[in-house]
Ligand binder design. Structure first.
Ligand SMILES: Cc1cc2nc3c(=O)[nH]c(=O)nc-3n(C[C@H](O)[C@H](O)[C@H](O)COP(=O)(O)O)c2cc1C
Ligand code: SF4
Length: 373
């Protein structure tokens, strides 16, 4: 029976246990997308805390792929230095780290582009969150973006990352190509889910061509968009099977976006007890059944008991958490030491505000309490 504190491996990447720090925009990028000094500090501390695999915040692979302030970029070789300092800080603590790669598509923020540029999307659709009306990408621009993912993957390997994770969730670029809401193209990249998969399939091929067969390539995939006209589980399971055929090494199953109903966002609020926890674990289990590749569950996982059930019932092979590690970077070592109380994060989402300050993400709760005194 798989357990949390069990050594595992993704290809040749050996992992100390089955815990994963899910990708977290950590507010450690400067205006040019270079990693700030807070980057190595935050990531080194996480590694010291015992988590098996750390996935970075989403790194934008093209200048017009940036979505939010203080996001780290991975589109220019000048960014390799900072990324290398980050991976070194993790490796010194014997940790492992994967780079999450994204183009935010219609959720890009043109005010943050280094030079004036257009908002790209699969089709001229208005994004429900950003309000951007996208310019439909030409086939040449699609090729350019595929090459940008491959170049970012290669840069990540050079910077010492142990793996990469494609961001295929939460209404960003890859998810937009998969979604019938965003993708209304009449060419070979649009139509039924088989055709909408084409872009991701070509990204996979290009990335694999750059990093080789031994380097783990992971994806965070939305199992359900929870959005009118968006991806539904039948379609996401098809995508998972295609990814398995195309050589994906693990799928982290998330769902929804910030445009979803508040109760269906990826980072749901107010997880109070075990019944509220692991709200996407059943989607992860469906994916594991369908695709037969290692699966990571994410979303509201907070306690060792729930983790034990997810692993022992075979719903997932790994458990990923984000907010709990913001409040308690050493959570895994705390559990390992025998203190099995659940994570103390109260799922209030105050850390989004904290990351936007640009000094490294932190838990807002104690600060708010102090301000009230
Ligand atoms: C501050 C913050 C930043 C996040 N940044 C990312 C990100 O860069 N990429 C991503 O895929 N998900 C991101 N997420 C979503 C988390 O990875 C995760 O899917 C979600 O919060 C649910 O897990 P949790 O309940 O353990 O927090 C972020 C969430 C928070 C709270
Ligand atoms: S601010 Fe703190 S308690 Fe609130 S969700 Fe973020 S880490 Fe958890």
């Amino acid at each position: 029976m798989p357990e949390l504190f069990e050594k595992t491996a993704l290809k040749s990447l050996e992992l100390e246990n089955r815990s994963v720090r899910s990708a977290t925009w950590s507010g450690v990028g400067d205006a040019k997308g270079h990693v700030t000094d807070r980057g190595p500090e935050i990531y080194g501390d996480l590694a010291r805390g015992g988590v098996g695999l750390i996935i970075t915040g989403f790194q934008y692979v093209m200048p017009n792929g940036v979505g939010i302030v203080h996001q780290v970029g991975n589109y220019d070789d000048s960014q390799i230095d900072g990324l290398t300092r980050l991976t070194s800080a993790v490796h010194v603590e014997n940790g492992k780290v994967a780079a999450q790669l994204v183009h935010t598509g219609t959720k890009a923020n043109a005010k943050l582009f280094p030079e004036p540029g257009r908002i790209w999307g699969p089709s001229p659709v208005t994004d429900p969150l950003s309000g951007n009306l996208a310019d439909e990408m030409s086939s040449g621009e699609i090729t350019q973006l595929i090459e940008a993912y491959a170049a970012a993957a290669s840069r990540s390997k050079k910077a010492g990352f142990d793996a990469i994770q494609l961001h295929g969730a939460h209404g960003y670029g890859i998810n937009q190509f998969l979604s019938g809401f965003f993708n209304r193209r009449g060419d070979g990249y649009g139509g039924d889910i088989k055709r909408r998969y084409r872009f991701l399939g070509e990204v996979m091929e290009a990335v694999r061509g750059e990093v080789g067969n031994d380097f783990p390539v992971l994806i965070k995939l939305s199992g359900h968009d929870y959005h009118e006209g968006g991806l539904v589980p039948d379609e996401s399971l098809y995508v998972a099977r295609r990814l398995a055929d195309d050589g994906i090494d693990a799928i982290e199953v998330s769902a929804g976006s910030r445009a979803s109903n508040e109760n269906l966002m990826p980072s749901r609020l107010h997880i109070r007890n075990e019944e509220d926890e692991a709200y996407l674990a059943d989607l992860a289990a469906m994916c594991k059944q369908a695709a037969r590749v290692p699966v990571m569950a994410v979303g509201g996982i907070r306690s060792p008991g729930v983790i034990s059930s997810i692993l022992s019932e075979g719903k997932a092979d790994y458990v990923a958490m984000c907010r709990p590690f913001i409040r308690e970077p050493h959570l895994i070592n705390r559990w390992k030491s025998g203190d099995l109380a659940g994570a103390t994060c109260i799922s209030c989402n105050g850390c989004f505000e904290a990351a936007a300050e640009g000094n490294g993400v932190y838990c807002m709760v104690d600060k708010k309490l102090k301000n009230r005194q």
